[in-house]
Design a protein around this ligand. Sequence first.
Ligand code: B3K
Ligand code: ZN
Length: 878
Amino acid sequence: GQTVRLADYRRTDFVLRGVDMTLKLFEGRTEVLTRLSLERRPGAPANAALELDGDELILESIAVDGAILEPGRYDATPESLSVTGLPETGPFELAIETRIAPEDNTKLMGLYRSNGIWCTQCEAEGFRRITYFLDRPDVLAPYRVRIEADRAAAPVLLSNGNPVESGDLGDGRHFAVWDDPFNKPSYLFAVVAGDLDALRDTFLTMSGRTVELGIYTEKGRARQAAYAMDALKRSMAWDERRFGREYDLDVFNVVAIADFNMGAMENKGLNVFNHKYVLLDPDIATDADYAGVETVIAHEYFHNWTGNRITCRDWFQLCLKEGLTVYRDQEFSADERERTVQRIGSVRRLKAHQFPEDQGPLQHPVRPGEYREINNFYTATVYDKGAEVVRMIATLLGEADFRKGMDLYFERHDGEAATIEDFVACFEQAGAVDLSQFALWYAQAGTPTLTVTEAWDPQERRHTVRLRQSLAPGAARTGTEPMVLPIRFGLVGGNGEERRAEGRVAGGARLDGDLIVLDGREATVTFAGLSDRPYLSVLRDFSAPVTLEHDQAEADRLALARLDRNLFNRWRALDDLLSGGLTRAARRPLGDTAPSLDGAVVDALLASAGDEELDPAFRGQVLTLPGEAEIARQLGEGVDPDRVHAVVEDARAVIGRKGLSTFARLAAAEGSDVPFTPDAASAGRRALANAALAYLAAARNDPAEVAARYRSAGNMTDRIAALAILGHRFPQSDASEEALADFYRRYETDELVLDKWFALQATAPFHDALAAVERLAGHPRFTMRNPNRVRALVGSFAASNQVAFHRPDGAGYRFVAEKLVALDRINPQIAARIATTFRAWRSFEAGRRAKLEETLRQIAETKGLSKDLGDIVDRSLK
Ligand code: B3K
Ligand code: ZN
C-alpha cells in the first residue's frame, strides 16, 4: 500500500460542476450511469488527463458530450480511469456506465445489500466502488439521483436532498428522483432502496420552515424508532439554540440498517445508521443503549453543519469535522442530561481508548501527516482527543468568544472544504489571540504529562504550586515542544469553601481567574494571604487531556473527595485514590495478601455512594472501579492480567463487605415495580442500584439473589445487569446457565439482544471463557458477515476480556488471530479495527509479550492480507 502525505496535497486539474446519476437496481446486479459536468481548472495543464478513482469496478461505456470514446482515449482498470484529450476550456459532460454487484459486497463499502435492503456507505472511499469519480472530499457538487427498482422489492427509494419526482415504469418497476442542491463531496452520497417501514414526524425550524422527518426501519419495527425521533427533534432544536444552526432541506431521513461497519453515517439529508443506534424499547435496550442512540443521532445530525455544509479539504483534516462534532454532541448530552456525569463518562472513554492509543505504536497526531489506509484513522485520537482540543479552545476563549469564533467559521467557510488552519484562524480573530503554539495540539502526538507539586509556607501564609509539562518522544516522532495547557483549578478550604487568593506567576504561564494557562515547560504560581493551607483542586473538569502527576497526600485527596464543590474533581479524587491503590497492589508479588485499598479510601467511597444529597448517577460513577485495562495502562509494563483481575476482584469484595448494609439498601431501592422511563435521572437510579447489586454479589457470593433479580427484572437494563453478574461471577453455575438459556429463548428473534448475549459470554473473566467463545463461534447464529455480531463475540473478547484473551498459554491470541485472518477476506475494516487490541503487546510480562508479538508477526506474514489489516499489524510491530 502506498503512503499518502499531507505535504503532497494539490488540487484537482478538473472542476466538477454537477453530478447526475441513474442507478438501476436488479436482483444480482446494479447498473450505474453517471454524468459528470466538468471543466478544466483555469491554469491546469492543457494536456493533463482526467484521473478518476475506482475500486473493483467494471467499465461498461464511456462518452464525452454524447460521443462514445475510442479505446485509445482512456485507460480503465478496476482501480482507475484515466481520460485524455479532454477540452482545454469550457464545460463538457463525461458519461460513465459501470456495473456492480451489491449482493457480493461483503466489505460493506459502496453499494451493498443488508437483509435485502440496498444501501450505501461511502465515507471515506466507498463512492469509487459505485462509479469512477474524483473521490476526494474537496470535490464538491450538487447531485441529482434517479433510482429504479422493482416496486415489490423496494417500495421505498431514497437519496440525498429533496424528492422531486417519482412514478411507474411498467413491468413492476418504478423510479424516484432526488435532488440535492447543496454542494457536497462524494463521501456524503447515499442511496437506500427496500421494503421499509417509517416513523414520521415534522420539525418547525427557527425561521418557520417545516421539515419532514422520517426514520426508516425493517418491517414492523418503526415504533422502536420513537426515542431516536425524539432525540432528533431535540438535536435540531439544540443546534438552533446553542449554535444558531438551522436545518436546510425539506426532508431529513434516517435509515436503520442491520449490517453496518460503524455507528452511523451523516450523508446529506439521508443518515444511514447501524440499527443498534435507532431501535429501542425498554424490553430490548439498556439505559446505555438509550444514551448511545441519543448521542449518535445528535452527532450525525450536527454533522449537517460541521462536516457537510463545511467539509474537509482532505482526509488529514478529518478531526475538523469529527473532533468538532464529538465536542458538539458531548455538549448536547451535557445540556440534556447531567453535565458532571457526562464529563466523567467522556473522560473515562478518553482514558480507556485514546490514552492507550496515544501511548503505543499506533500513536498519531490529531491531524495525522500520513496514512496508508484512511479508514484506520477514524480513531479515538481524531474523534475524542480532537474534541478535547476544541474544548480547550472554548476554555481559553470563554463562552462568548468561542461562539463568535464558531459563527465566523460558519459564515466564512460555508460551502467549502476547509482545513484546521481555517478553523483555528476563526478563533484567533474572534478572541484576538495568537493560537499558533496552541495549534501544536494538532501536530504533536502523545499524551503530555503535567506534574504538579505544592509547598505551603506557614510563616508567609503562602501556597506555592509548581507546574511542569513534558511530552515523551513516541512512535509518531512529531516533536516534544511545550504545548498550551489550560488548567482549571480551585483552592478549597476546610469546609469546602472556594478560597480567593492573589496569585503571582513566575515562568511559562499566565493566570486568568480560575485558569492557569501553562505554555512553558514550567512555571510556579504563588498564592498569598491565605489563613491556612488550602487543598489544591487542579485540572478541574479535566480541562486538558494530560496525564496528571500530582504528589498530593492521601489525606488531601480524601478531603477533596468529600468537599470539592467541583463535582468532577470530587469524583476524580476518589478515582485517583482507587487506581493508585489498585496499581500499587498489582505491582506487589503474587501471594502478597495486603489489602488492595486503604480502609480510609473504602470509607470515602462508601460515604459518597451512600450520600443521598448527591445525584444517583454520580454515585453510580463513584462505585464504578477503574477497569482492568485502565489499571494495566497505568502499570505501563510487565502487566500480568490475572494479577490485575485478582486485585480488582479483591477490592470489590472488600468494598462489598464493608458496605453491605448500604448496598443492600441501594440495591433494593429500584424494584421491578418502578415503571421504566429512559430519562437520565431514572437511568442514574438504575445504575446505582445495579452497581450496588454487583458489590452485594461480590461480598455474599450468593447467586440466588442475583438470579431472583434476573427473573423479576422489568426492563433490559436490570435484566442484563443481573445476567452479567451471574455469567461473570458465577460461571457454569446452574443459576448462570439457566439464566443464559432463558435469555436466549426470550430474545432469540432479536439480533440486537442476541449481540448482548454473545458479548456477555465473551467477556466472562475466566480462562475457560475461551472454550465458550470457541463454541459460540460455531453457534448457528454467529456469522462473520454481520459486523455487530463479530464485534460482540470476537471484538469484545479481544478488547474486554483481559483474563481470557491474555491467557498465559496464548490460546486467546491464537483464536483471535485465526478469526481476524478469516474476517479479513470478508470485511477488512472490521478485522483491522479488532486487531488494534494487540497494540499494547509491549506492556505485558515477558511470556505474554512474546506470544503477542509472535501472533502479530504471524498475522503480518499472512498472504493476501488487506491494506487495512496489514497497516495495523505493521504499525503495531514498529
Ligand atoms: N463519519 C462517519 C464515520 C465514517 C467512517 C469511515 N470508515 C460517522 C461519524 O463519525 O459520524
Ligand atoms: Zn462523526
